[in-house]
Design a protein around this ligand. Structure first.
Ligand SMILES: Cc1cc2nc3c(=O)[nH]c(=O)nc-3n(C[C@H](O)[C@H](O)[C@H](O)COP(=O)(O)O)c2cc1C
Length: 328
C-alpha cells in the first residue's frame, strides 16, 4: 500500500488531503469527522478584517455610553455570524483542544494596518501555521496592478515579520503575472502558496431585478486553472504549492500531485457529500498510486509539471493554437 505521509510548510501530515478554510471548521463534530476520515490538516475559516473592525467599534461603543455607533456598525457587516475577533480566537483555542489534527489559521488581510497584531494572536492559540486570504476584488479603476501588488507585498512582509509559524498566501488567479507575484511572495519568506482563492461571483435575478449572493460549490471543471498554475510553478519557487479549487475525487488529487502540488485543499466536495467522503477520496488516491506502481508521493509529485514533461509549451500558448487550428 502506498504511503500518503507528507509535509506542508515543514508541518508533518499523515495525508495530503487538507480541509480548506470553510464552515467545516465551525463545528467540532465536523472537525473530528474530518480527522477520523483521514484529513492531513485543517485550515480554520478566516478571521476577516471586518471582524477586527467590529471589535474596535465595540470597544469604542463601550467607551462612549449612549452612542449608537455599534448598533449601526453591525448592520454594515450583515454576513458576520461569529461576531468579532475575540470570539474567533476563543473558537480556535477550543478547536486546538478538540482535535489532534495540525491546524492552520486564516487571516483575511486586505489592507496593511494595526490589525497585523492579530497574526500574533492567532499564532498564540497554538496553530501550526497561518494562511493569508487576500480576498478583494480590484474594482477601483484608479488603482493599478502594480499598486495592488505593492500593498499585497507590504501585508505579507508585515505578517511574516510578526510571527514565527510558517505563513502561506492564498493567491488570487487574477494577477497579470501570477508567476511573478508567486516569485515575489516566495522571496518574502512565504512557505506556502495556495492556488487559488475562489472568488464568489454574484448573480443577477432578472425576476426581482436584485443581486443573488448565494454560495455555489465548485465543480471539478474548475480544477484546470489551479492545475495549470501548479504545473507552471513547480520547481520554480521554494514555497510548497497547495492546490485549491475543484478537487472532487481521489483522481482529481492525483492530477494535482502529478502537476506538483504538495497538498490539496478541499471544501466543496466535503460539504456536498459529507465529511466522511474524504476517506473515499483517500482510498481512490491510494488505489491510483498502487495501480501506477508509486510507493510514495515524492515519486508522483511534479511528474507532469512544465519542467518535467516533454512538451513544455503544453501548459502555455502552443496547445491553444494547435487546438484552435484543428477544430472543423
Ligand atoms: C461555506 C464556505 C466557506 C468558506 N469560508 C472561507 C474562509 O473563511 N476563508 C477562505 O479563505 N476561504 C473560504 N472558503 C473558500 C474555500 O476555502 C476554498 O478556497 C474554495 O471553496 C475552493 O475550494 P473547493 O473547490 O474545494 O470548494 C469557503 C468556502 C465555502 C464553500
Amino acid at each position: 500500500m502506498a504511503s500518503l505521509k507528507t509535509t506542508y510548510m515543514g508541518i508533518e501530515l499523515e495525508t495530503p488531503l487538507v480541509v480548506a478554510a470553510s464552515s467545516i471548521s465551525s463545528f467540532l463534530e465536523r472537525i473530528q469527522s474530518a480527522e477520523q476520515a483521514g484529513a492531513g490538516l485543517l485550515v480554520i475559516r478566516s478571521l476577516f478584517e471586518e471582524q477586527i473592525q467590529l471589535d474596535a467599534l465595540r470597544l469604542e461603543e463601550s467607551l462612549s455610553v449612549g452612542s449608537e455607533s455599534f448598533a449601526e456598525a453591525t448592520t454594515y457587516f450583515p454576513n458576520i455570524e461569529h461576531g468579532g475577533a475575540d470570539e474567533h480566537l476563543m473558537w480556535i483555542e477550543k478547536t486546538r483542544a478538540g482535535t489532534k489534527l495540525p491546524l492552520v489559521a486564516s487571516l483575511n488581510a486586505v489592507s496593511p494596518g494595526a490589525w497585523t497584531k492579530y497574526a500574533k494572536q492567532l499564532e498564540s492559540t497554538g496553530v501550526d501555521g497561518l494562511e493569508l486570504n487576500i480576498y478583494a476584488v480590484a474594482a477601483d479603476p484608479e488603482v493599478s496592478g502594480a499598486q495592488l501588488e505593492k500593498t499585497l507585498f507590504k501585508i505579507v512582509e508585515s505578517v511574516v515579520g510578526e510571527v514565527k509559524i510558517p505563513v502561506s498566501v492564498k493567491m488570487s488567479p487574477f494577477y497579470t503575472s501570477v508567476a511573478n507575484v508567486a516569485a515575489e511572495l516566495d522571496k518574502r519568506g512565504v512557505k506556502g502558496l495556495v492556488l487559488f482563492n475562489r472568488f464568489l461571483q454574484p448573480d443577477i435575478d432578472p425576476g426581482t431585478e436584485s443581486l443573488k449572493q448565494e454560495m455555489v460549490y465548485s465543480s471539478p471543471e474548475e480544477l484546470k486553472l489551479p492545475l495549470r498554475w501548479v504545473a507552471l510553478l513547480y520547481g520554480r519557487v521554494k514555497a510548497d504549492l497547495a492546490l485549491n479549487t475543484g478537487v472532487h475525487s481521489g483522481t482529481d488529487a492525483a492530477k494535482a500531485f502529478l502537476a506538483g502540488a504538495q497538498i490539496v485543499q478541499i471544501a466543496s466536495a466535503l460539504l456536498e457529500n459529507g465529511i466522511p467522503y474524504l476517506s473515499t477520496m483517500l482510498r481512490e488516491l491510494e488505489g491510483w498510486m498502487d495501480e501506477h506502481g508509486y510507493e510514495n508521493l515524492q515519486e508522483v509529485r511534479g511528474k507532469m509539471s512544465q519542467k518535467k514533461i516533454e512538451d513544455p509549451f503544453g501548459f502555455e500558448r502552443a496547445q491553444y493554437v494547435k487546438l484552435l487550428m484543428s477544430q472543423k
